[in-house]
Design a protein. Structure first.
Length: 531
């Protein structure tokens, strides 16, 4: 025991020293403008460190900047072919399982055929004749994990704070969420239960395949499931890097249609947000299997994404995004739904003031044309659309939408420096991460233009058919006082960041018509004029 503790302390010291050296060398490269060399250094060193550092890379690898600048030809191995360590799997099974359960496993291959961040996987056979996998937790993972997470937190704060300045997302919150998700991923009892939950949900689905989990053979250090063959998305990505068309490759190897499989996966991911308490939260390429007969499978259920609380707002994003692809919507409508989901307190406040101002507007005569209801979120969305149009020099956003730049354009041009003062609430961050992971995989496969419009439009239609009241679900009501307090805080943030935008907001949404104007507006009016 003392020897084990000594080794553990030595490992922690070694990792601390390596991270300190990595920080120093990366800073040097960044200051010299050698960003490509910096990315390669960081990524290669994290692969070498393994464990949680690889898990971090899995979350950022498909980001365009990293993918383009990390030149290691073996970089895709981090999704399913990490280095293994020598383990006596037979001895582990004998230690973990009593004789009755152990007799269910009739043979085991001594060498792992796959390895992930925290476990390595062995092929075996069940007494029922099926091929199964035995996932074994790597030794000392749990003991080292908290130390590694602290080190990674230091690294992240120093090097990625700039990535999170838009939308006022607090970096500490992002680090905490990553830590919580990662710690849960070493809970094999919880992972096995979640895998079984998804198996029950999809066992009758014609195209989605989830391997069956043998709960009686699972322990805190083992997960036993049916083996799922097929071709991994990692293999397809490798083929594409060598100039092979992914659609042709899957058709020749499996007789399946790749786009149909990807659309199925996307639709079921979105449907799960409405029909299940949680979905697979990490659909990265190593966890996706393409199968014959247009079937698609998922493996590795260590990360679960909880379904969003505000399902109506989440549906609004899906619906408007799909309509935008069909040119039946606009940026202002999509922005309104983004606000409803991400910044719900401000959305509700603006809606409340809209209703209040509408009630104070005199009714028009029978012969007068009806006016569209006053909608402050919509007005704000129209401002966003005008800024985008001005920045892009065009009102045609279809090209921007098709090449996947929409979110980037919004963040860079509309909310650069958090000019709109939006404070995002990320109650559904795991769901959003799962959706983004799926979309970046589609982008990496080069299938965005074909797949994503179909996913959004078909998913919206299916979800509305399954939940007919989804459009009419109302927001929780707030008082005028609460609405004014929220709007006041928002306007003060805008005034500090972008005074010119503040002036435009006041003129555009006419908040000075409110009987009790926000403090930010009263303070502005009290300032002496320069005229």
């Amino acid at each position: 025991m003392a020897h084990k503790a000594t080794n553990l302390r030595a490992l922690k010291r070694q990792r601390t020293v390596r991270l300190a050296k990595l920080l120093s060398r990366a800073f040097f490269l960044r200051q010299r403008g050698q960003k490509a060399a910096m990315y390669n250094l960081i990524c290669d060193e994290m692969v070498s460190l393994g464990g949680v550092y690889v898990k971090f890379l899995q979350g950022v690898l498909l980001n365009g900047k990293v993918m383009k600048q990390w030149t290691n030809p073996n970089r895709l191995k981090i999704f399913e072919n990490l280095d293994t360590e020598p383990l006596d799997v037979i001895k582990i099974l004998q230690t973990e399982l009593p004789p009755a359960q152990l007799s269910e496993i009739v043979s085991v291959q001594a060498t792992p055929f796959a390895a992930g961040s925290f476990g390595q996987v062995y092929l075996a056979q069940h007494r029922n004749g099926r091929n199964i996998i035995i996932k074994v937790l790597r030794p000392q993972v749990r003991e080292l994990l908290r130390h590694d997470l602290r080190l990674l937190g230091v690294f992240t704060r120093r090097f990625t704070a700039g990535e999170y300045k838009n939308l006022n997302l607090k970096l500490d919150q992002a680090i905490k969420e990553f830590r919580d998700v990662t710690l849960r991923e070493t809970d094999y009892i919880a992972e096995a239960a979640f895998a079984r939950e998804l198996f029950e949900a999809y066992k009758d689905h014609p195209y989605m395949v989830i391997p069956e989990t043998y709960m009686e053979l699972c322990t805190p250090h083992l997960i036993v499931q049916d083996y799922l063959g097929g071709i991994s998305a990692v293999d397809v990505l490798k083929q594409r890097e060598h100039g092979v068309d992914p659609v042709t490759y899957i058709a020749e190897q499996l007789g399946s249609d790749l786009d149909t499989q990807l659309i199925t996966l996307g639709i079921e991911t979105l449907r799960g947000a409405f029909n299940l308490p949680r979905i697979q939260g990490d659909p990265h390429p190593g966890n996706i299997r393409f199968l014959p007969d247009n079937k698609i499978g998922m493996i590795d259920f260590g990360i679960a994404a909880e379904s969003p609380t505000n399902k109506a707002a989440f549906f609004g994003i899906i619906d408007q995004w799909g309509r935008l692809y069909k040119e039946k919507s606009d940026i202002s409508s999509l922005f309104e739904q983004f606000m409803r989901f991400f910044v719900n307190d401000l959305y509700k406040a603006l809606r409340k003031i809209s209703s209040y101002q509408q009630s104070r507007t005199p009714a028009v005569g029978h012969d007068s044309p009806a006016k569209e209801p006053f909608n402050l979120p919509k007005e704000l969305g129209q401002m966003v659309q005008e800024i985008l149009h001005s920045a892009l020099g065009t009102t045609d956003l279809q090209t921007t939408l098709e090449d996947g730049r929409m979110i980037h354009v919004f963040n860079k041009l509309v909310n650069d420096g958090n000019r709109f003062g939006l404070v995002v609430r990320l109650e559904s961050s795991e769901m959003l991460r799962a959706t983004q992971t799926y979309m970046t995989m589609i982008e990496a496969l080069g299938r965005r233009r074909i797949v994503i419009p179909q996913v959004f439009t078909q998913a919206a239609r299916i979800i509305e058919a399954e939940h007919p009241d989804i459009r009419t679900q109302s927001e929780e009501s707030i008082s005028i006082t609460q609405a004014l307090e929220t709007i006041n805080s928002w306007l003060e943030r805008v005034a500090m960041r972008d005074p010119a935008l503040f002036e435009k907001l006041i003129r555009r949404i006419k908040l000075n018509n409110i009987s009790k104007p926000p403090a930010a507006l009263k303070k502005k009016e009290a300032e002496p004029s320069n005229a």
